[in-house]
Ligand binder design. Sequence first.
Ligand code: BV8
Ligand code: ZN
Length: 242
Amino acid sequence: MQSESGMREVRARLATARAVTVLTGAGISADSGVPTFRGADGLWRNFRAEDLATPEAFARDPRLVWEWYNWRRELIATKKPNPAHYAVADLERRLERCWLITQNVDGLHRTAGSQKLSEIHGNIWKVRCTRCSRVDENREVPIAILPSCAACGGLLRPHIVWFGESLASEDLARSYEALGRCEVLLIIGTSGIVYPAASFAPVAKAAGAFVVEINLDPTPHTELVDVSLQGRAKDVVPELFS
Ligand code: BV8
Ligand code: ZN
């Protein structure tokens, strides 16, 4: 469906919807200056996912993995939410039934005010003890010595879901509930490659949702969605609600 008529259709649906679910990926933070994973300047081009974002990589060389996450933390610490993050957060004020599922670990949705959310791949500002599994918010990680748990002395790891690791069952349950009951699913800035998030659009579609994609480029979702809006999230997303 063309953008102008597509935009009109989406705005009309959102104006009457009682339950909206939003699924976001790195593309929504790209407009804040956070590098995506698979784009031209994507993170993975300079790093190989299997070298860094896996439990095996951390077991093999925890210092290397911490150096990469500290580099990303320093980068993200200077970034701010953009109008797309704020428009998504504003949905919580408009609708009593809305839920945000984000693959992003940068925390920018929380900074923008989103509270009804599942950070299904974790959060780069949280650490987890590899021995007692305690999770803490931790804004500073001294890389000179590997960070250890205040409670038991175990080695701390980023509280992030790596490739080959299962998502938290609570996050999955919450996500499937939000996908199963929403009238509209907005998919913003994800390449639709990483599972299980890549299977969320068909789940919502099968449950009867009107599915909308906002992306710069076509993705594996594009032929399945009801409306595909091509453009930058910071420009398109606020337009959906104005
Ligand atoms: C699991 C943490 C199982 C790291 C991440 C073969 C087939 C199917 C599945 C698999 C398979 N082989 C392996 C698997 C499983 C694997 C997977 O899906 N692999 C993929 C690569 C095929 N999945 C897993 O391992 C998951 N776990 O399956 O567990 C299991 C079950 C039981 C027991 C044990 C295990 C775990 C997946 C989570 C991995 N962790 N992140 C970190 O972030 O440090 S994934 C990583 O990719 C990020 O979290 C990121 O969020 C995520 C998805 O990427 P996107 O967000 O989509 O970002 P991307 O750069 O790709 O795309 C950006 C998009 O934005 C583009 O479309 C671009 O056009 C658009 N864009 C850019 N700018 C803008 C924009 N759009 C709008 N406006 C703009 N301005
Ligand atoms: Zn511990």
